[in-house]
Design a protein around this ligand. Structure first.
Ligand SMILES: *Cc1c(COP(=O)(O)O)cnc(C)c1O
Length: 959
């Protein structure tokens, strides 16, 4: 191949030279054509008509000029070089691990996995749903509890969710007290405190090694093994806690559970933790998949997503999300938690690590890890140090009176990070990557020169050794060779529709390009292999990158400061509401607890408000989908004294720029309330308007929507919170990192790690750096042009539900199926499933309005793809016409029977009122490139009635 082959395709009309030109799908010519179809001659004219003048910024973005892709990578290399990769033996919930190459390249670095959306359309998500079911099986087997969810955000928040679950289970009306062992991870204790304060729950920290203190508690949390490394029998405390009617929560290490008696066999009701050490790099604190497992009887109150097994229209087993009625998008303020985006990609990685190693492999890794810890303990004893705990798994606590700092420094000279507990104690944690050189380096730091020769004793008490089997399902035994593993990953990937196949027109979720150059740095060792509590000198590159990113996001939003700590939009909401709460409290306004939320809001808003100790009051919307100002004023009047805040999404979840936003902000401010603008729709604002300028006090952003972090099949995400000056003192902080937020006045940690999911921040940094101020604005304009173009093409066929001024929409539009449904029986869901036969992921189904489809094209889809989608929607409308005119049977037609599997078409007895060609190839292009759904439509209700949420036996899949 010659170099010429790679030369950019450039012509005077199509100057393809900047990254923005690659990121933005439609060429300038195409944009002109799209504008003409909407009835405009320029982007400026459309923006002037679509975006209300009251919100338009008068100040262009003050950001560095765009870098090219090579320039951005060079700058990232410079930042990376300012981080120092040191072998960390710090522990505290974060451990070294070898990501198997086959998983690194084929999952973490593979757009087939990382660009997928949350599996709300299960028929096109069978691959990742199977991987998540494997994850649930791993967690359930290792913890010894029957039901596990499909991931939580991290260990600290999982523990806080467990506290909330324990409280729900206790059915207490009062807040009560939650007891936490002193040997819990310090960041876990602080995340629990942050969450407990607004709910009025008293957190009691006590040393439980000798039993329970006096008092009445609804729950008790133990760490297993403890932060100090100690392994203690959980049973006595569990039994005592149960006697007092308390739920027992255990935060456990999954690798340790391959050797230790599982908490489920020692009386635990809830087990939480992190699956990070199953092949997921440190990433300076995240993203990693937290987990939660529960005993029989409380699964219907579990937070987070749960994958279950159901059947499809042919009775074949099929996976889907179970018991969704617990979740925020359905139950809003009554949801079991506010979690929406979780950690799917990382849960997939952890599950595949278990699939690849199997139970014997995992046990061998655990034995080796334990063996090194035992060697270190033996060596320390010979060096005259006291080993504090006789029973441990991977972490040794050494007592060295007065010498801890000196030994810490010596270890660093020897290339190892140890953990300073206090002046007299050091902890040393071993992991999968520990080898003889680490043991020798540690012992040398303590002054012992030769490695121990003798056989060292194991330090797991006989009575606490695990006896029950785990991972007995065939999936954990069938993929031992790399070839088999590669093919298993490929098989699952091929079942799913991700962005590498077609556009995903999901309203509210901004499924835009996740550029390869943005993704590259996250697996560089200087970003991936940094422990979150590594000494600050070793993380200067990260701090610089984070500082720049936070400043850029502040400039984009018009806020004084941004914190990237919240590791999902939902967590950003909680952080923002806690800032509001802190602000009111600082002024003696404790009585302000009412949060106004429009009826159109995303479910996380209401759920977060409840977690922040607020009471939700719903404001209605008028027939145009706008906040009903009369109702707003009435509610403000009624709650004037108690008004804490309003949460509004802008542009609205209906895809409209509401003209009244400035009035809304003013009315709330006049009554003493604060304004929270949910920034999930920032893709319609970047470069054109800033929430901090048009009246908002605080927002969260979704870096996994607007700023190119891929959705990962339902996570990871980052939900930075931005605030105006008066709320800066109440941003998140972190107990172990003064640099991470305001120490004195901050609300405490919102996530376990100081900068949340720091490991994926380079993605958003790179996006902003490569787009530059003009590229970012042009992306917004292109997104608005795209949405209006699709609205214009679809409007003759499907009513477009809400429009703003001049009949225009913002960055998404809603196709209203309700009249069609009334007339023909064809529902929005039928259209969503029929789109699968056309090779598309459905738009957002029935949110924010039931019976509708919300479509967001984003700026990244080119005109050909937009037209392919519009053509599919229009062809489907013709099919609906044939149902209406009787050509197709009302109940037996290509829409009702969609999606069609190959097997359902290749049968002897085809008895339908339409042909197989009409089913499979409704448009000619599908003959060339066809996605086949692996299952037919899935029976949702069956799966909830017959709940199965770990791997079903293989016989279930036999004919
Ligand atoms: C996606 C979204 C959220 C929640 O963000 P997560 O990262 O999924 O927690 C909140 N509000 C709106 C409007 C959203 O679209």
């Amino acid at each position: 191949m010659t170099a010429q082959y790679f030369a950019p395709v450039a012509s005077p009309q199509h100057p393809r030279s900047t990254f923005a030109d690659r990121h933005i799908g439609p060429s300038p010519d195409d944009q002109s054509r799209m504008l003409a179809a909407i009835g405009y001659s320029s982007a400026e004219a459309l923006m002037d008509d679509a975006v209300p003048a009251v919100i338009r910024t008068g100040r262009p973005l003050d950001l560095p000029a765009a870098l090219s892709e090579p320039q951005a990578l060079a700058r990232l290399r410079e930042l990376a070089a300012k981080n120092t990769v040191v072998r960390s033996m710090i522990g505290l919930g974060y451990h070294g691990t070898h990501t198997p190459g086959v998983i690194l390249r084929n999952v973490l670095e593979n757009p087939g996995w990382y660009t997928a959306y949350t599996p709300y359309q299960p028929e096109i998500s069978q691959g990742r749903l199977e991987a998540l079911l494997n994850f649930q099986t791993v967690v359930s087997d290792l913890t010894g509890l029957p039901v596990a969810n499909a991931s939580l955000l991290d260990e600290g928040t999982a523990a806080a969710e467990a506290m909330a679950l324990a409280h729900r289970v206790s059915k207490r009306k009062d807040p009560g007290s939650f007891l936490v062992d002193t040997d819990a991870l310090p960041q876990t204790i602080e995340v629990i405190r942050t969450r407990a304060v607004p709910l009025g729950i008293e957190v009691v920290i006590a040393d439980l090694s000798g039993g329970l203190p006096e008092g009445d508690f609804f729950g008790v949390l133990l760490q297993y093994p403890g932060a100090s490394g100690a392994v203690r029998d959980l049973e006595p405390v569990s039994a005592a806690a149960h006697e007092r009617g308390a739920q027992v929560v255990v935060a456990a290490d999954l690798l340790a559970l391959t050797l230790l008696r599982p908490p489920g066999e020692s009386g635990a009701d809830i087990v939480v933790g992190s699956s990070q050490r199953f092949g997921v790099p440190y990433g300076f604190g995240g993203p990693h998949a937290g987990y939660m497992a529960v005993r029989e009887g409380i699964q219907r109150q579990l937070p987070g997503r749960l994958v279950g097994v159901s059947v499809d229209a042919d009775g074949a087993p099929a996976y889907r999300l179970a018991l969704q009625t617990r979740e925020q998008h359905i139950r809003r303020e009554k949801a079991t938690s506010n979690i929406c985006t979780a950690q799917v990609l990382l849960a997939v990685m952890a599950s595949m690590y278990a699939v690849y190693h199997g139970p014997e492999g995992l046990a061998a890794i655990a034995e080796r890890t334990h063996g090194h810890a035992a060697e270190i303990a033996a060596g320390l004893r010979r060096a005259g140090a006291e080993v504090v705990h006789d029973a441990f798994f991977d972490t040794v606590l050494a007592r060295v009176p007065g010498r801890a700092r000196e030994i810490l420094a010596k270890a660093l000279e020897n290339g190892r990070n140890l953990r300073l507990v206090d002046d007299d104690h050091l902890a040393i944690a071993c992991d999968e990557t520990t080898d003889a050189s680490d043991v020798a380096a540690v012992l040398a730091s303590f002054g012992l020169d030769e490695a121990p020769a003798e056989e060292v004793a194991q330090a797991i008490p006989e009575g606490l050794r695990r006896e029950s089997p785990y991972l007995t399902h065939p999936v954990f035994h069938a993929h031992r060779s790399e070839t088999a593993m590669l093919r298993y990953l490929r098989k699952l990937q091929d079942r799913d529709i991700a962005l590498d196949r077609s556009m995903i027109p999901l309203g509210s979720c901004t499924m835009k390009l996740n550029a390869t150059t943005e993704m590259e740095p996250i697996t560089w060792p200087e970003f991936a292999d940094i422990h979150p509590f590594a000494p600050v000198e070793q993380v200067q590159g990260y701090l610089e990158l984070i500082g720049e990113l936070e400043d850029w996001l502040a400039e984009l939003t018009g806020y004084a400061r941004v914190s990237v700590q919240p590791n999902a939009g939902s967590q950003g909401e909680l952080a923002g509401l806690l800032a509001i709460r802190g602000y009111h409290a600082s002024r003696g306004d404790q009585g302000r607890t009412i949060c106004l939320i429009p009826s159109s809001a995303h479910g996380t808003n209401a759920a977060s408000a409840v977690m922040a100790g607020m009471k939700v009051v719903v404001v209605t919307c008028d027939d145009h989908g706008n906040i009903d100002l009369d109702d707003l004023h009435a509610k403000i009047e009624k709650h004037r004294e108690q008004l804490a805040a309003i949460m509004v999404t802008y542009p609205s979840t209906h895809g409209v720029f509401e003209e009244t936003i400035a009035d809304v902000c003013k009315a709330v401010h006049d009554a003493g309330g604060q304004v929270y603008v949910d920034g999930a729709n920032l893709n319609a604002l970047v470069g054109l308007a800033r929430p901090g300028e048009f009246g908002s006090d605080v927002s969260h952003l979704n870096l996994h929507k607007t700023f190119c972090i891929p959705h990962g099949g339902g996570g990871p995400g980052v939900g930075p919170v931005g605030v105006r000056e008066h709320l800066v003192p109440f941003l998140p902080s972190h107990p172990l990192r003064a640099e991470a937020g305001p120490q004195e006045t901050g609300v405490g940690p919102i996530s376990a790690a100081p900068w949340g999911s720091a490991g994926i921040l380079p993605i958003s940094w790179t996006y902003i750096a490569m787009m530059g101020p003009d590229g970012l604005r042009e992306a917004t304009e292109s997104a608005i042009i795209g949405a209006n173009y699709l609205a214009a093409r679809l409007a003759p066929h499907y009513p477009v539900l809400y429009t703003g001024r001049n009949g225009l929409v913002a960055h998404e539009c809603i196709a209203d199926l309700r009249k069609i449904t009334k007339e023909t029986g064809v529902t929005a869901e039928d259209v969503a499933k029929r789109l699968i036969d056309y090779g598309f992921h459905a738009p957002t189904l029935s949110f924010p309005v039931a019976g509708t489809l919300m479509i967001e094209p984003t700026e990244s889809e080119d005109l050909a793809e937009l037209d392919r989608f519009a053509d599919a929607m229009i062809e489907i409308r013709r099919e609906i016409e044939r149902v209406a005119d009787g050509t197709f049977d009302r109940d037996d037609n290509p829409l009702k029977n969609a999606p069609h599997t190959a097997a359902s078409l290749i049968t002897e007895d085809w008895k339908h009122s339409y042909t197989r060609e009409e089913a499979a190839y409704p448009v000619p292009a599908l003959r060339e490139d066809k996605y086949w759904s692996p299952v037919r439509r899935i029976d949702q209700a069956y799966g909830d009635r017959n709940l199965v949420c770990s791997c079903p036996p293989p016989e279930a899949f036999e004919d």
